[in-house]
Design a protein around this ligand. Structure first.
Ligand SMILES: [Ca+2]
Length: 241
């Protein structure tokens, strides 16, 4: 009897280990379904110029909050020419952690993408000065004229937070092409640290150069031993646990 109870106890322990209760990762994006506005109109402008709460647009004459398509709720974000929308997320950033963007994208058959115009999703990292760390931006594949219309497509992007990141940023961008046409819709944007995601430390080229410069400085007193590499790609270092 005692043996059986012990067996059940061990089985429960195994289940708890294999199926942890906290399986839903936190989404760092606010108003991720574009349902909330600031209630402030931009006078004299055409289209829905409501300020979209928690998000910032650039070249805003080329985009709007739209009720022509929605993956959930009533609205989505729509763009039809150069520009887009972004939101910074989650200080403090967990350095070295993998972050994943999931976002649904759509194009209408009656206003389908044509030519070279496309939409995309970007994961960016900002340093303590609020500047984008250029060489670490991760871009999704192009959402272009090859994508089937009238269907929501789930687009995902992953990247690991670098050592010098103060914030992350999700950006939804439209790129126009001469002779291109059509519009893209985005809805239900999420940024999460995926369960079981690898922990890596990614170092930008800028940091590698700075580090190398200081190493070079330190070794000036000694006779020069090695040549400094002229160009170095980003490095990804696996953390040991
Ligand atoms: Ca929505």
């Amino acid at each position: 009897m005692l043996k059986n109870n012990l067996g059940v106890f061990l089985l429960v322990l195994c289940c708890l280990y294999l199926f942890p209760t906290s399986s839903s990762a936190e989404n760092f994006i606010l108003n991720n379904s574009f349902e909330e506005t600031l209630g402030s109109k931009n006078p004299g402008a055409f289209g829905d110029y409501d300020g979209i709460r928690y998000w910032l647009r650039w070249l805003q004459q080329n985009s709007e909050r739209s009720d022509l398509a929605a993956h959930s709720g009533k609205y989505s974000f729509k763009a039809w020419a150069n520009g887009g929308i972004y939101q910074n997320f989650a200080a403090p950033i967990e350095k070295g952690k993998t972050y994943q963007i999931d976002c649904y994208m759509y194009t209408l058959s009656k206003d389908r993408l044509k030519g070279g115009s496309y939409g995309l999703v970007k994961l960016e990292w900002l340093n303590t000065n609020g500047a984008v760390i250029e060489d670490l931006t991760v871009k999704s594949p192009r959402f272009d004229s090859n994508m089937s219309p009238d269907t929501w497509h789930l687009i995902s992007v992953q990247g690991s937070a670098p050592e010098n990141a103060a914030n992350g940023r999700i950006a939804l961008e439209f790129i126009s092409s001469p002779g291109g046409a059509g519009a893209v819709f985005w809805d239900d944007a999420e940024v999460k640290i995926p369960e079981g995601g690898a922990t890596q430390l990614t170092v930008s080229k800028e940091d590698i150069k700075t580090e190398e410069a200081s190493k070079e400085e330190a070794s000036k007193e000694e006779a020069s031993k090695e040549e400094t590499p002229e160009e170095k790609e980003d490095e990804t270092i696996d953390w040991e646990w």
